[in-house]
Design a protein around this ligand. Structure first.
Ligand code: FBP
Length: 271
């Protein structure tokens, strides 16, 4: 890993990636609750919020929309990805190169590795190629590190999640994006295993403001660097409000209650 605290991916050493590759990974179902979230321009507008340190998208969306936002949004090029139509052993096609991502204007790259998949070997080799090329451009590398596949009995245990963070360190990721391991203690262990690699929590499916912010708070209290989140932001009617609260929890170390109160006074929730 390389120091990334001066890069556009971080603010005061912390990270808040807005992830928007769901149209590929999950399909239109993720846009049903808030239909305008299917429009990438809407999510690019959301990503102009000060709290967002980068927006993660796939190639097609970057090519089509980033030219209108390059002054206001930092771009994280999510290089690989697979649709939910694929039913095989977990794997992810590499959809663009680091060189091309750089041409499009990316500041950093993201790459999924499914440790435990029967495709782990090829995914790690593809990661190696991208990681080393990213070094030529001083681009931070974020590993979406998800233990998943036939070889794993239980991919969601704290041990598997700590192992996935460790894969990030071992393989040269600057940031490892992992699922929440269920408790602050388990998150502390995950952060410890990641060493100098920063750990961010993957947002997960939509939940209440309190529950979601409490998870984020426990990541920060455990020494994690922040969050890479999609649905818990763009599936809300008022994404700015949750971003206001996230800004408080991640960058100002506020409590959940303080963050919610500040967000409420800035943008009251509709009755
Ligand atoms: P969410 O915050 O919506 O969980 O997004 C994070 C993310 O990693 C996305 O980048 C990706 O599309 C999705 O989760 C993949 O989720 P999964 O493979 O677990 O269904």
């Amino acid at each position: 890993m390389i120091p990334i605290d001066d890069s556009p991916l971080t603010r005061d050493g912390k990270v808040l990636i807005l992830a928007y590759d769901h149209g590929l990974e999950h399909g239109p179902v993720d846009f049903e609750d808030v239909p305008e979230s299917a429009d990438p321009a809407h999510v690019f507008d959301v990503a102009t919020h000060d709290a967002v340190t980068s927006l993660a998208v796939q190639k097609g969306i970057a090519e089509a929309y980033y030219p209108s936002y390059e002054d206001d949004v930092n771009l994280l090029a999510k290089l690989n990805g697979t649709s939910n139509l694929w039913r095989g052993e977990p794997n992810s096609a590499v959809n663009w190169t680091v060189d091309y991502a750089n041409e499009v204007g990316a500041d950093s790259i993201g790459f999924t590795v499914y440790g435990g998949s029967n495709h782990e070997i090829e995914m790690v080799e593809e990661f190696r190629e991208a990681q080393e090329k990213a070094r030529d451009y001083d681009m931070p590398v974020v590993m979406w590190s998800y233990p998943r596949g036939q070889g794993l009995r239980n991919a969601k245990t704290p041990e598997s999640i700590a192992y996935s963070a460790r894969l990030g360190l071992e393989l040269g990721a600057d940031v490892a994006k992992v699922k929440y391991p269920g408790s602050q203690d388990a998150m502390e262990e995950t952060v410890r295993m990641a060493g100098k690699t920063k750990v961010v929590m993957s947002g997960g499916s939509k939940r209440s403001d309190e529950e979601f912010l409490s998870n984020v708070k426990s990541v920060i209290d455990a020494g994690g660097a922040g969050l890479a989140v999609g649905r818990n932001v763009f599936q809300r009617e008022n994404p700015e409000r949750i971003l206001d609260a996230l800004e408080k929890v991640i960058f100002e170390e506020s409590s959940v209650e303080e963050a919610l109160a500040a967000a409420e006074s800035a943008a009251p929730e509709a009755e």
